[in-house]
Design a protein around this ligand. Structure first.
Ligand code: 5GP
Ligand code: MG
Ligand code: MG
Length: 186
């Protein structure tokens, strides 16, 4: 990866862009096989899933439609609380649709378990999850991730859509944010 200014805020690059793209390609082949002959609706969770959605959707040789939801899980700093509020709902009626949620990362799993229940109540024909990253705590909740990119250690990561205070989303790889960044607040 080319040196860039914001790289100084990372202690380590965990996953390079090329590894992400290669893994998304493998996942896409699996998705194409599983949804052969079916219309698929990809539901991206804003804002973190923007990069995953863009690369996954373009990798898929399968007709898809895309829609977006924005949710906020109340909680301070880097912890999710499980109390979820819809900031932007879908434009699409899910009834009878094959729906695949596209997420950046599963940490506590609280956001996704709430989202699964919410979207399931709208009567989709099927509802599955595709997530790029998963942290170890996710094992504590019952979330069945059908398509997973990578299991990562329990560290706060940024890049490839993932932010800290809205920054770092445009990093091409996923890296660990240096502690000095949160301690100064910038
Ligand atoms: P969960 O509800 O599974 O604990 O986490 C939900 C959301 O918290 C994720 O979709 C993501 O927006 C944020 N999150 C969790 N872990 C991380 C992390 O390591 N880095 C960043 N940037 N966001 C995270
Ligand atoms: Mg997310
Ligand atoms: Mg965030």
């Amino acid at each position: 990866m080319e040196p860039r200014d914001i790289d100084g805020d990372l202690t380590e690059i965990l996953i390079e862009e090329a590894e992400i793209r290669a893994r998304l390609a493998e996942m896409s082949r699996q998705i194409e096989a599983d949804y052969a002959g079916k219309d698929l609706l990809l539901v991206g969770v804003l804002k973190g899933a923007v990069m995953v959605m863009a690369d996954l959707a373009r990798e898929l040789v399968h007709p898809v439609t895309m829609d977006w939801m924005a949710v906020s899980s109340y909680g301070s700093g880097t912890q999710s609380s499980g109390v979820v509020r819809i900031l932007k709902d879908l434009d699409t009626d899910l009834h009878g649709r094959h729906v695949l949620i596209v997420e950046d990362i599963i940490d506590s799993g609280l956001t996704l378990s709430w989202l699964m229940a919410n979207l399931n109540s709208r009567g989709p024909a099927s509802l599955e999850i595709c997530a790029l990253l998963r942290k170890p705590d996710a094992a504590r909740v019952e979330i069945d991730v059908k398509y997973l990119g990578f299991d990562i250690p329990n560290q706060f990561v940024v890049g490839y859509g993932l932010d800290y205070a809205e920054k770092y989303r445009n990093l091409r790889s996923v890296g660990v944010l240096a502690p000095h960044v949160y301690s100064t607040g910038e």
